[in-house]
Design a protein around this ligand. Structure first.
Ligand code: ZN
Length: 499
């Protein structure tokens, strides 16, 4: 069909420009010289304007309209319909916003990001505040442009996880928060504390790098179609044939490197697992950030922090780091990489406390966008929530409200997708275990291929065919829920802490 062919051509051109933006971002975070930022912020602002104009062009509008008419729509295959549906959603969100606003937002984000790095270094919220206020004001305006039924914040959530609303998250998160807080208390009261002294005693970075390469080879990250580099805040960027992952290394402790390699590796398996013929179209892209995160957390935590995984890998680890691990058993290593400890920093937190950090961000963002919290009072609100949920006293804003990059990038509504990813990962894992009852034995024998095949068949190859909730139901037979995740934690940490 001519209209569909023309539509796909435009969609693919838009994808080319967006993926170049992503590549420039990757370069900015890895190899770009510091002064390069002056040119790069201009390049990125122009590219975001160009991408926005491509997506909202009159030609795109008329093709989407034509493909949406009943007779034409019915003649499309299910996959073609999925492409039209997702492009239409993206089109409507973008078309609601004036191009000048998009460029202004890119400029303000760039300024806010630079101020944030300085303010965080000095732990000085006041110097970042005016930039944050401006971004909040603009995002409120953006929500008005896009429109919403209940709350302005819903319009922002929808940008990361289509159809997500506060009214869906609130019951899910409040039950989760109760369950997690109670588990944190029981772990604390158990008096059990794993020995982590041997894991923080110095691990040469060159050896950490080699081991990360082995771990990523094991999960079948394809280095012919990807790279692994170093970045202060690890992330994955890229396309089907060029997927870039980044890892960070600390000389004293190898955990951040190993688990960021597995985490980003999990994201990359998803990107590398899309079907070639759908390249550049929504069918060849992730469903949502939450589903993307489910793939990374499954590999990082459910598999990568499991005893079967380390029963296979521990001998090689002990060979690589004989001095550090002398006289230590795989069980001690397993306990140390699953140490539960309420702490200040989200990205360093364990599987039990992690989602409490996210729930705090969600509550603050929701309050800010519904006008209940003045952003100037956000640091105090953050500190109070940390004390309430985690019993942690926040010493300064660098270790509190300013720790995460997201607000400086105007990524309001992004945080909840991390927790959704964790919940989805546990639901997928339950189904996986039913389909492959000997999954633990396979991992212990060092076989990852069946696990990867399951992910390919059930998640990766489906690309953007479904929305997140639909995919979860399609794969697991159940709607998104916090229960499988809590059951997974109870089972794992019940064993580790005797609770
Ligand atoms: Zn991630």
């Amino acid at each position: 069909m001519k209209a569909y062919a023309d539509f796909i051509e435009l969609v693919k051109e838009y994808y080319d420009v967006s993926s170049v933006e992503m590549l420039l971002d990757w370069d900015q975070e890895t190899y770009m010289p510091p002064e390069g930022v002056k040119d790069r912020s201009l390049q990125l602002a122009t590219l975001s304007k160009v991408a926005h104009e491509m997506l909202t062009s009159d030609r795109m509008a008329s093709l989407i309209k034509e493909l949406g008419t009943a007779a034409v729509h019915d003649a499309l295959t299910t996959e073609q319909q999925a492409n039209v549906r997702r492009a239409e959603w993206e089109y409507h969100r973008a078309a609601a916003i004036p191009s000048s606003f998009v460029k202004e937002m890119a400029k303000k984000k760039s300024e806010a990001f630079h101020q944030w790095t300085k303010s965080r270094a000095k732990s000085d919220f006041a110097s970042f505040a005016p930039y944050l206020f401006k971004l909040v004001e603009m995002k409120k305006q953006e929500a008005e442009y896009i429109g919403y039924e209940d709350r302005p914040y819903d319009a922002l959530l929808d940008g990361y996880e289509r159809g997500l609303k506060v009214s869906k998250l609130e019951p899910l998160f409040s039950e989760l928060a109760n369950g997690l807080s109670s588990m944190v208390g029981r772990i604390r009261d158990s008096g059990t504390e794993p020995d982590t002294s041997f894991i923080t005693c110095g691990y040469p970075i060159e050896d950490q790098k080699k081991f990360c390469r082995r771990l990523t080879d094991f999960i079948s990250f394809n280095y012919e179609r990807g790279r692994m580099d170093e970045a202060p805040h690890p992330f994955t960027a890229g396309t089907l044939h060029d997927t870039r992952i980044t890892v960070r290394y600390y000389p004293e402790d190898p955990r951040p490197a190993f688990f960021s390699a597995l985490h980003e590796g999990g994201h990359a398996l998803y990107e590398q697992g899309f079907i070639e013929e759908h390249y550049g179209t929504p069918m060849g892209q992730a469903v949502s950030l939450g589903i993307h995160e489910s793939q990374s957390r499954l590999v990082e935590n459910i598999i990568g922090r499991s005893l079967p995984f380390w029963k296979h890998w521990y001998p090689a680890l002990a060979d690589t780091f004989p001095k550090q691990l002398e006289g230590r058993s795989v069980e001690e290593w397993y306990a140390a990489v699953n140490d539960v400890r309420p702490s200040l920093i989200r990205v360093e937190s364990d599987e039990v406390t992690y989602n409490l950090h996210i729930i705090i961000r969600f509550e603050l963002e929701d309050a800010i966008f519904s006008g209940k919290l003045d952003p100037k009072d956000a640091p105090q609100a953050w500190d109070e929530h940390m004390e309430k949920y985690l019993g942690v006293k926040v010493p300064d804003s660098a270790n509190g409200i300013l720790q995460d990059i997201h607000w400086s990038q105007a990524y309001f509504g992004y945080f909840p997708t991390y927790t959704l990813g964790n919940l989805y990962s546990a639901q997928f894992y339950d189904t996986m275990k039913k389909d492959m009852p000997d999954m633990d034995q396979q991992l212990e024998r060092g076989e990852f291929a069946p696990t990867l095949q399951w992910l390919r068949d059930n998640i990766h190859k489906k690309g953007g065919m479904y929305e997140a909730e639909e995919l979860v139901e399609e794969v697991t037979g159940e709607p998104p829920s916090h229960e499988p995740f809590m059951a997974y934690l109870e089972n794992k940490f019940g064993g580790l802490y005797g609770i």
